[in-house]
Structure formats: structure tokens, C-alpha cells
Design a protein around this ligand. Sequence first.
Ligand SMILES: [Zn+2]
Length: 533
Amino acid sequence: MYSQDTGLFHNHQEFTKQDSLRGSITPERAWWDLTYYHLDVNVDPGKKNISGKNTIGYTVLKPNQTLQVDLQPPLKIEKVTQNGKELSFSSEANAHFVQLKKQQKIGSYDEIVVHYSGHPKEAIRAPWDGGFSWKKDENGNPFVATSCQGLGASVWWPNKDHMYDEVDSMKISVTVPKDLMDVSNGRLVGIDTHKNSKTFHWKVNNPINNYGVNVNIGDYVHFDGKYEGDKGTLDLDYYVLRDNLEKAKKQFKQVPKMLKAFEHWFGPYPFYEDGFKLVEVPYLGMEHQSSVTYGNQYKNGYLGRDLSGTGWGLKFDFIIIHESGHEWFANNITNKDIADMWIHESFTAYSESLYLDYHFGKKAASEYVIGTRKNIQNDIPIIGVYDVNHEGSGDMYYKGANMLHTLRQLVEDDEKWRSILRGMNEEFYHQTVTSQQIETYLSEQTGKDLIAFFNQYLRTTQIPVLEYKLKNGTVKFQYSNIVADFDMPLQVVVNDEKKWIFPSSEWKEISVKENIQTFKVDEDFYVETKVLK
Ligand SMILES: [Zn+2]
């Protein structure tokens, strides 16, 4: 997703027990590996009510008989069963501890079924303050969708609500009033027709993060396409409101262009088995895996605006490009802890400029990403607090993108840079990862020690300042506002000549033959400069 409102990324100073139960790998989570879900839910738009059950399949990693399931009030667990027998459970706010009757054998697979119902939290400002959006289309039909990043999928269905453990595959069955359709993740594998309702069965054949799971209900019409891509034929399916069919057919022509650019830069689309869908929703949009949701009013830019102020942001539909970029960074490579959400948002914000790079050239890409610097706040660090479900600064978008753009300059070899990005999507294919893993990978692949580089940009709000003095034929320079050992090289232009300089916390100097007429740091590097007399 994308947020321009950094107020949504609160910097909590105090965390509660509830934050730890939600945000850490508790002993009641650690002993079992999440293997399968079958979410089977009835949605009643008239009453704003849901009811149903989730079958949770798990594989035992170590002995334990207490299993944590998360579900947020006001939704209520009605009962939990295993092999048809009811199990007891105790609750602490959103965390529910189910007592299993039998001993759990290491390596064995079992299932519990969690029955639940109620009025789920209504989204206040989807997708940021998520939950259920109960809207109507222009013809008065219900138009309903879920969104829950950050808040957690347990806001609308019971699950293991922590990013570290993704389910291997999933079935989603959604029952809706008979004139409506549900679109969820993966492929439509069946429709059951009842007297007044219909059940849509969707199957996801790949690991999926909880917040990616969604239901979208409306008076949808469908059209489709095929994309001949890196792994063969990819099915493209589009679901939009009946009245928007013609607009959608035109605007969604950007999908194959998006796939072309991103398969070039990042490698094959990560979910060929599940296909790719764009689904219209009554909010801006979200990176729901294999059913990317769309509400950008069929306009280019971000609701018609260019976030970079350079004009390049109007060359593409922000939601189609950004939310689809997340298929590689968020859905394929997923953060284990939301504190490391930069892995999702920095790479995806950066993907916007790589889309431009592919279709409009390197200069367009540079101008765009540099233009987005005006959105950087430097309020709190990009990396949040671990184990308490805490996101870092909203700077994970454009400061992160500019950090990666800077790293590209340091690599100084675009083919190598591309192979590193593609390699990342192979190395961490369908995995949940930590920031440390990504940082180590990038250090190894670039052959550069990037420890101080990442510490500077991800863990502080300080932007390096190159201080310099010009005198006759010499430039003296040093860094200020840096962390220990930060010594990133910079490209500078002296009298129209490009040069690398190697600043550190100590004064250094270079000499040029003639008098210095002009001196500037290449703008592609995200640093500040200060000239001293
Ligand atoms: Zn995003």
C-alpha cells in the first residue's frame, strides 16, 4: 500500500502485553508450523455481519498442547473443534489459547476448526485503518471489501496472525447474496448455488501472508487476457464494476507493460500457478496476493496526482504499478516482522522508477525517484521496533527508494544491479525474511561492506552531509551527520568532469589541474551538501 500520511506510522513509546502477544513468536505459536487454511465465511452485507469457520492445518515442530489463535473483538469464537470434538480455550484480548486433548507428535499433521461470527470492525479509512468496507456502487448494489495490513487479518478471520509463518496453500469459500460475486485470491475452482445465495470457492496454491487474503464482493463483470512471460503463459483476470468495464479495458492495458518491466528487473512473476488478477474495490488499493485490488479511479498517477512533481508520475497508474510491484516485494519476499516493512515498501516504491526506466529510460527513472524526495519526513527511523507489531517511519517508501537508487550508483553496473534484484527474488523465493538477511545478501552480492550504509539510512534519521571547501585547484571534503564507519563513495562533477571521491569523517582533498569553476555531487546520491568558506 502507499501512505502519504505519516501520522499512521505511530512511534509508540510504550508497548502492552497485547502488542507482544500479537507481535512476537510466542511459545504457543512457535511449536507448530502453519500448513493449511480453509476459510469458509458467509458475508451478509445487509446486516454487516459475517459468520463461518476457519480450518487451521498445522505440522508439529515440538511438543506442546496449547495453540494460539488470533481473532479481534467484536468478533467472537463460538467453538473450536478437533476431529469433531470440542476443545476448551481461554482468551486474552485478541489472543485465544486452545487446549488440545491429545499429545502432539513431532512431524505429524493435524487440523483444528475455529467457528466464529459477529460484526467485524468497519474500515474507517481503508486500506490504512482497515477492516470491512461496506459500501454501495452507483447502482445501489453492495460493494464490500476487506483490507487489514498492520492491523492484522485477525480483524476479520481467526488465524495465526504473525508475518513469520505463511500458510503453504489455502482455500477460501465465501457465501454472498445470490446477485453478487466474491473475488478472492488464487483461482476460482467452483461456485455452489443455493436458494438465496452463492458460494464462491477460491484456491491459492502458493504460500500467502495473512494480510494478503481478501474478500471482494460486488456486482462484478469479468474480462481476461494472457501474458506470455518468463515462466510461460500467465492468466490475467480482471473483475470490475459493471459500469466501469470499458474504462477498465483501456486502463488495465498497463498490466502487460507492468509485467514486462518487472519480469525484466525482478525475474518471473512469483505466482504463475495462481494467475494474476486486478479487482476493483471501494478504496484506493492494496497488494493482495494474486488479486491486487484497485480503486485509483482509472486515472494515471496517484488519484491523478504525480507524487514526484516531475511529470513522470503521470505516465503510469500508480496503483497498478505500485501494488503489483508488491507481488515481488511483500508477497514473494515477505518480512518476518513488520518492523522490517521496508523490505516491502522501499523496493516497491523503487519499482515505480524501474518501471519508468524500462519504458521511458534511465533519465526518467532518476528524475522520478529524485523528485519523490520531497515526500521524505526523516521523523523516525525506517526500521520499527521488533516483536510488538510496530512499523517504522513512512520514509520506508521514498527514503528507502532513494537509498536503493543510491546503491545502484555504487554498484555502477546496471546489468549487475538487475541480476542482484532478480537473484534476491530467487534466493528468498516464497520466504519470510529479516532485514539482516536482505542487508547481508546485498553486501555479498555487491561485494561491498554495506553495514554502515544500511545503519545510516534504515536505523537513523540522519542524512549524510558532504561538507566541502573549494580553494584554487583543490577540494577539501568530509562527511558530517553520519554513523560510525560511514564512508560511502560519491560521484562528483568538477568542472564538467565526473570523478569518484571517497569521503569519511575526516578531511580529505583532491586536486584538479585548473581552477575550480563548478563542483557538485551527482544528484543520484541521496546526501546533502554544505559548502564551507
Ligand atoms: Zn506499498
